[in-house]
Design a binder for this molecule. Structure first.
Ligand SMILES: Nc1ncnc2c1ncn2[C@@H]1O[C@H](COP(=O)(O)OP(=O)(O)OP(=O)(O)O)[C@@H](O)[C@H]1O
Ligand SMILES: [Mg+2]
Length: 273
């Protein structure tokens, strides 16, 4: 193809493209405003504002104890915020939402927002297929045959259909985490939350889980991911969020890791890279 502009321009465009999301972002689907969470007298989220748009991939990172898990767990109400507003698809779930906005309940929220944890939490006495089918039967009251059919589809999506009849102790950690991802996907969530999904894995098993997450991201899933895998964050993170001591210290696109001037962020990034 003939060059239609000077090479210098092309380089600038390439740079811009490498930092901009490779896909169009939609409307805000999660809007967190002034979110606070205390455990007893101790406030661990100290006023968080965060907006996640449809199709966006948000990566949250920061030191241990900074409140990352608490924020993620608050987004699907596994933790109840003490103050602030949490809107998901324009429905208010926080304690301080504006009047006139429709209020929703936790069960309704968890049908929309799937979550994957560091520990896979599979039932040891159930096969991979049964583990994936169970929540559909419990949450959606889906009949067994349909739940198992959907479970098989979800297992195929994470590349584990041929392991459907295996029990967790017959699967590697990476495979177990992929079953946990399939379990969340089988409920057809619109948003997926991942809390350090690879931290409990041996290094050689991390890649297969990140690969499944990468495919989900490429398929357009809205994702909020807590991870220390900075390479992965650079790859998929449309918005990268650095938390410390219960606040968002800095956030930005993929250039955040290179251009940061905040000393706390610089120190953290140089320690994990
Ligand atoms: N259920 C709880 N009861 C009391 N304190 C809690 C509870 N859950 C979390 N905390 C405290 O809240 C703070 C934030 O914890 P959180 O788990 O959100 O941090 P994190 O950033 O996810 O850390 P890590 O990187 O170690 O997972 C910590 O000081 C923690 O001890
Ligand atoms: Mg955590």
């Amino acid at each position: 193809m003939a060059l239609t502009r000077p090479i210098a321009d092309t380089t600038l465009v390439d740079q811009a493209l490498s930092t901009a999301p490779s896909h169009a972002l939609g409307d805000p689907v999660v809007v967190v405003e002034g979110l606070r969470k205390s455990f007893g007298a101790r406030e661990v989220l100290c006023g968080i504002d965060l907006c996640v748009r449809a199709g966006e991939h948000v990566v949250i990172f920061g030191p241990s104890g900074s409140g990352k898990s608490t924020l993620l767990r608050s987004i699907n109400l596994l933790e109840e915020p003490t103050h602030g507003s949490l809107k998901v698809f324009d429905v208010e779930y926080g304690p301080d939402g504006a009047s006139g906005v429709r209020r929703g309940n936790p069960l309704e929220l968890r049908r929309t927002v799937g979550m994957v944890f560091q520990q896979f939490n599979l039932f040891p006495h159930l096969t991979a297929l049964e583990n994936v089918a169970l929540p559909q039967r419990a949450v959606r009251r889906t009949k067994r045959a349909e739940a198992e059919e959907r479970a098989a589809l979800a297992l195929r999506r994470v590349g584990l259909l041929r392991h459907a009849a295996h029990y967790p102790n017959e699967l590697s950690g990476g495979q177990q985490q992929r079953v946990a991802i399939a379990r969340a996907l089988s409920l057809d969530p619109k948003i997926m939350l991942f809390d350090e999904p690879t931290s409990a894995l041996d290094a050689e098993l991390v890649g297969e889980v990140l690969e499944v997450m990468r495919e989900l991201a490429e398929a357009g899933m809205t994702m909020v991911v807590v991870t220390h895998e900075i390479g992965f964050a650079r790859e998929i993170g449309d918005l990268n969020v650095f938390m410390d001591q219960g606040v968002i210290v800095e956030s930005g696109d993929r250039t955040l890791f290179d251009s940061c001037t905040n000393p706390r962020l610089q120190k953290f990034v140089s320690a994990v890279l």
